[in-house]
Design a binder for this molecule. Structure first.
Ligand code: HQG
Length: 180
């Protein structure tokens, strides 16, 4: 399977497991899972056949481990816009986390803090390098430092997805440090 095919399949999965399952007539359960068999049948019926071996390879080779396979079912580990309960336990975060964004959002973020926008949660990265990559999807990356330990001490709930992304509801501006 070449890299381009892996990316195409991964994007197809993201679209249907995070955002638009009804487009191919699949239903995610409350926690975001769908039987692999149902997914593969629906994909084939909608003109995008994927073999079980390809699916396994995409899940395994994915650099960000975006998908989880368990008991014959698959789900996206995070990033949904459809309502799902990932059922992740609250955990204590490290003292600082990072958020990668771009300059054009900084003024709004200074005012209202980080908001989930079209996703369920604000996504935070465990290190600068990953935050830089997240920001770079949109332009020249700007990395914000998040006082996660302080937020946690103040009662904000942190969860960590299966692929190491940290999820919170909101980061008020007072916990953010902006590059000068
Ligand atoms: C910005 C990818 C204005 C925020 C990545 C970001 C990540 C605000 C954008 C995952 C704002 C939302 C998530 C405010 C936040 N005013 N703009 N108050 N608060 N923003 O894509 O964090 O490839 O929903 O800075 O690698 O960029 O999908 O979030 O620029 O892990 O697996 O609004 O998506 O992973 O954008 O990325 P997104 P994100 P996948």
């Amino acid at each position: 399977m070449d890299e381009r095919r892996v990316i195409r399949v991964s994007k197809y999965l993201a679209r249907h497991l995070r955002h638009d399952p009804q487009r191919i007539g699949i239903t995610l359960d409350a926690n975001g899972w769908v039987p692999v068999e149902e997914l593969l049948r629906a994909a084939a019926e909608h003109g995008f056949p994927i073999t079980a071996a390809e699916l396994a390879q995409v899940v395994e080779s994915n650099d960000k481990r975006r998908y989880a396979l368990e008991d014959g079912r698959i789900r996206a580990s995070q990033g949904h816009s459809v309502p799902v309960d990932l059922d992740l336990p609250a955990v204590e975060p490290p003292e600082v986390l990072y958020h990668g964004t771009v300059a054009r959002f900084v003024a709004a973020i200074k005012n209202e803090g980080l908001r989930p926008m079209s996703r369920h949660h604000v996504h935070l990265s465990p290190d600068r390098e990953r935050a830089t990559r997240v920001g770079a999807r949109r332009g020249v990356p700007v990395v914000l430092v998040v006082g996660a330990g302080e937020m946690h001490a103040d009662g904000h709930v942190f969860r960590r997805s299966a692929n190491g992304v940290w999820l919170v509801d909101h980061v008020p501006p007072g916990y953010l440090r902006f590059p000068s």
